[in-house]
Design a protein around this ligand. Sequence first.
Ligand SMILES: Cc1cc2nc3c(=O)[nH]c(=O)nc-3n(C[C@H](O)[C@H](O)[C@H](O)COP(=O)(O)O)c2cc1C
Length: 175
Amino acid sequence: MDSIIDPRALFTLNYGVYIVSTEYQGRKNGQIINALMQLTADPICMAACLHRDNFTTELVEKSGRFTVSVLEESVPLQFIGQFGFRCGRDFDKFSACAFETGEDGLPFVTEHALACMELEVISVQEIFTHKLFTARVLSAKVLKEGVPLTYANYHFIKKGKSPANAPTAVFNKIK
Ligand SMILES: Cc1cc2nc3c(=O)[nH]c(=O)nc-3n(C[C@H](O)[C@H](O)[C@H](O)COP(=O)(O)O)c2cc1C
């Protein structure tokens, strides 16, 4: 079956690059995600797919809430690295970045971010290695005008890699 899946076909799918953040019992954390999309308009719901081993996943499941920050195209690779290649279990990611606290008390990254939203989890489904969170948007605001970073430009312009826990990690092998 695997032999008939050409990963280059999957690479033609479009995504953005975001930070999903949350807080549980005073512990803030966040991670980079590309597997995120809007599902419905009324009410506005979204889906986010997080690896089951990630610290963010554990905290989102416990808190039942998370925020999304939409990253701008000019975001430095090093900034993405802090949220996308390091685990928050042994490093306080929020000690080294600008953030604000939403109405629900959750942190959202404001540095290199164009917009942010707060969400409430409505379901969690196990998808093999990942957990799929569907969530309802509680608030959303624009932080500044700019060009959002696409996943394609993260790879083609910024020459970024995907870590093992990203659903799209296979793309590292075909570039
Ligand atoms: C460009 C990019 C896209 C990523 N997309 C996802 C994703 O969609 N889902 C996921 O679980 N991890 C994704 N990751 C990996 C996580 O951000 C990474 O495993 C992170 O270190 C987890 O941190 P945590 O353990 O503190 O939660 C991505 C990373 C990068 C750099």
